[in-house]
Design a protein around this ligand. Structure first.
Ligand code: DGP
Ligand code: NA
Ligand code: NA
Length: 217
């Protein structure tokens, strides 16, 4: 029948969490597991430090350049908008995309600066209109636990004070209903166990046929 010839679109999966929650390792394991099952899957990461905006963001994160809080916020958002068309076309070609950080990091890391003119609500606005993930996998862990994981790196934001604010803002942002599925995954467990949970959460979404949505106003 005609319908069986229509290829299902790919699924947009976002993995979020604090620095050192294990996102990048878990994204890789999920990518491998889905590919082994015969799915076409891609991994992308934000910020993409190689694009034009990404180079500015990289300099900022490494402490080589100062930036106004609002200005750098909008550059991080622009870094996602640069990729939006590509995400749409890959999804419509049946490719599932695993995204390592997205709009949620975008809003909470900027809001955590406690600049009185940069609220969580303000920070969310430039994300409105971006492709909305089908599934958000949040690697849940406290900032005390991540701090025990061999210390942070050298980058801006990798401090106890910042991570603890980020953690609370993630909770606030996730409690606002964005209309998509959110799975909280306990990231304190061993890597294999967390990977199994991520895969189980994902398998239920792999025949996504609803049209892709965007973050609503
Ligand atoms: P990573 O390469 O995943 O370690 O991310 C770099 C750092 O940048 C990390 O501390 C999280 C933060 N970050 C990621 N996306 C955004 C964003 O959109 N806005 C802000 N302000 N920070 C972000
Ligand atoms: Na980091
Ligand atoms: Na990132």
């Amino acid at each position: 029948a005609f319908h069986e010839d229509v290829k299902a679109r790919g699924v947009l999966i976002v993995v979020e969490g604090l620095d050192r929650a294990g996102k990048t390792v878990q994204c890789q394991l999920l990518l491998d597991a889905l590919q082994q099952r015969g799915h076409q899957v891609k991994y992308i990461k934000f910020p993409d430090r190689n694009s034009l905006t990404g180079k500015i963001i990289n300099g900022y994160l490494q402490g080589q350049a100062q930036q106004d809080d609002h200005s750098i916020h909008l550059l991080f958002s622009a870094n996602r908008w640069e990729a939006a068309q590509r995400i749409r076309s890959d999804l419509s070609n049946g490719i599932t995309i695993i995204v390592d950080r997205y709009s949620y990091s975008g809003a909470v890391y900027s809001a955590a600066k406690e600049n009185p003119d940069l609220s969580l609500e303000w920070a969310w606005q430039p994300e409105v209109g971006l492709p909305r993930p089908d599934l958000l996998l949040f690697l849940s862990i406290s900032s005390e636990e991540t701090a025990k994981r061999g210390g942070y790196g050298e980058e801006r934001y990798e401090t106890d004070a910042m991570q603890s604010k980020v953690r609370h803002l993630f909770e606030r942002l996730l409690s606002m209903n964005h209309g998509h599925d959110v799975h909280l995954i306990d990231a304190r467990f061993p890597v294999d166990q967390v990977a199994k949970e991520l895969l189980n959460s994902t398998l239920g979404h792999l025949s996504e046929r609803k049209p892709l949505e965007t973050f609503a106003k």
